[in-house]
Design a protein around this ligand. Structure first.
Ligand code: SF4
Length: 341
């Protein structure tokens, strides 16, 4: 994490990890009531990712918002009648909501929350890369900037990436894939499609390690292993199920294991335990060094979302997401393909 995550953020993240968590029941209720009232007054709805603080996830459920993966978050924004979308997650999720719903106001609890995949694929460099291969279909992961999406033929999330590439391959199309190299490798292995890869990775999933996971499996031989495909290939190969966050939750319900080792951001544990309270879930080991948190299974940017900054955003109507019209119109084409695939 140290190479990509700015130092000030890393310190904040380490402090959060060490002081987990932070609400007493009185201030929790006050914050939640205030946010509920603000949402009602402003005809707003919460749209939250599985990786954010479980109290935000709970409040989103209590207010009939959407807690989901990035594909369902995008679809929900289009379906809801609310005028105001409050997106808890990272920046590309807010941008996607705005591009698909330009007439709605989109706010985020913090504008500081980004993603190493988005940061690792700057639009200008990506354009130069694509220009070298004009005959290829450009398929980008949702974890990219609005500018990169505007250059793409397709935007995909991890829940449909495999199917979209299979579909393109069956039409004889060659592919440029960006930005996650591990997800790209996984798809290439599964489909045998002709893919040229951009080289970036997720700071969380890149840290799941083959040897550590094997050791853990020895400790819990009866446990199933669930892995997000942003993880390295040798980790994926140990999995009983590989998939997006939604697919991991579904697998944990369907598979006949009583225990699971889970290789994705630990924010997902709230939903896993809620869906299967009788089952036991363990975090897959990372290269982390305990309390020093050289790495851990928690995204430092997702962790910036809190009930406090969510309330403040709603009171001040700040942290508005805006995307230039030209980019919106271009990115809508590839995003609409994603939501209607
Ligand atoms: S967990 Fe990884 S892919 Fe998801 S937002 Fe964080 S850095 Fe990006």
């Amino acid at each position: 994490m140290n190479n990509v995550v700015p130092n000030h953020l890393l310190k904040k993240h380490q402090k959060n990890i060490l002081n987990e968590k932070k609400y007493n029941s009185e201030n929790l209720q006050t914050l939640k009531s205030s946010i509920k009232k603000l949402l009602k007054d402003k005809n707003g709805v919460l749209i939250s990712h599985y990786y954010v603080d479980h109290e935000i996830q709970k409040l989103t459920e209590e207010t009939n918002g959407c807690v989901s993966d990035s594909l369902q978050m995008a679809k929900f924004g289009q379906e809801t009648e609310a005028d105001l979308l409050v997106v808890s997650g990272v920046k590309f999720m807010g941008e996607t909501s705005k591009i698909l719903n330009p007439e709605k106001t989109v706010l985020m609890p913090t504008l500081e929350a980004t993603c190493s995949l988005d940061l690792g694929c700057p639009a200008e460099e990506f354009k130069k890369f694509c220009d070298q291969f004009p005959d290829r279909e450009v398929v980008v992961y949702a974890n990219t900037s609005a500018e990169v999406k505007a250059m793409a033929d397709w935007v995909v999330t991890s829940s449909i990436a495999l199917d979209v590439v299979e579909h393109l391959d069956s039409q004889g199309k060659k592919i440029i894939w960006a930005p996650d190299k591990h997800l790209g490798k996984y798809i290439e292995t599964k489909t045998q499609a002709d893919m040229i890869m951009w080289d970036a990775s997720c700071v969380v999933h890149d840290e799941f390690k083959f040897q550590g996971l094997k050791k853990m499996k020895k400790l819990h031989p009866e446990a199933g292993i669930l892995v997000h495909p942003e993880s390295p290939m040798e980790v994926i190969e140990l999995a009983d199920a590989v998939g997006s966050t939604s697919q991991i939750i579904n697998a944990s319900k369907k598979l006949d294991f009583k225990k699971f080792i889970v290789a994705t951001d630990k924010g997902i544990f709230y939903q896993l335990k809620k869906e299967s309270p009788e089952k036991e879930f363990f975090e897959a080991p990372t290269a982390g060094e305990g309390a020093q948190c050289r790495s851990c299974s928690q995204c430092p940017w997702m962790g910036l979302n809190s009930l406090e900054n969510l309330e403040k955003t709603l009171i001040e109507m700040k942290n508005t997401i805006n995307v230039p019209e030209k980019i919106t119109l271009e990115a809508q084409k590839s995003l609409n393909r994603m939501t209607s695939f």
